[in-house]
Design a protein around this ligand. Structure first.
Ligand SMILES: [Zn+2]
Length: 168
């Protein structure tokens, strides 16, 4: 799926929408043990609005407290499966060890993998969680805004797209 471009060829801003319940679901899914874990997420896209909805678990080639390496065959199959159903990858989520907003900072490897997806023209953002429920939404070049539906999640830093799950 191509990144939305306007007639001047510049990127359109994408509006990502997600409910607090879905955010809680992802947090609990990823926080199941001490090792890093990653998921894909898809949903409904209408023009520049993307509604993140469905968790897609992906298999690990390796995982530890310090990292998650996706199984490339499984990841590719999941992307092809999405495409076959007219859907696309719209977010990758993973959890970092550590607490507080700083624990959600992307590593150099995280930035490279997001950059790679954007270069592949996926309309997707990266979401990184801390163990105590801080959530950071980020991209490299894609311009986006986050719209949360429901309660139980608070804004920490609007400019940096950092939130905190207040009820788990
Ligand atoms: Zn990471």
């Amino acid at each position: 799926m191509l990144i939305s471009q306007d007639s001047n060829g510049s990127f359109r801003k994408l509006n990502f929408n997600i409910s607090s319940i879905s955010t809680h679901d992802v947090y609990h899914f990823l926080n199941r043990d001490e090792n890093e874990l990653m998921i894909y997420m898809t949903g409904i896209k209408k023009e520049e609005n993307i509604f993140l909805q469905r968790i897609i678990p992906i298999k690990a080639a390796r995982r530890s407290m310090g990292g998650f390496c996706p199984d490339p065959t499984d990841s590719l199959q999941k992307l092809l499966w999405l495409d076959s159903l007219g859907h696309a990858l719209h977010a990758t989520w993973h959890i970092h060890p550590g607490l507080g907003p700083f624990a959600t900072m992307p590593s150099e490897r995280d930035k490279k993998s997001q950059e790679c997806l954007e270069r592949g023209r996926y309309e997707t953002i990266m979401v990184i969680l801390s163990r105590d429920g801080f959530v950071r939404f980020l991209s490299i070049k894609i311009s986006f805004s986050i719209h949360l539906f429901g309660t139980g999640i608070e804004v920490v830093d609007e400019d940096s797209n950092i939130f905190k799950i207040s009820k788990t």
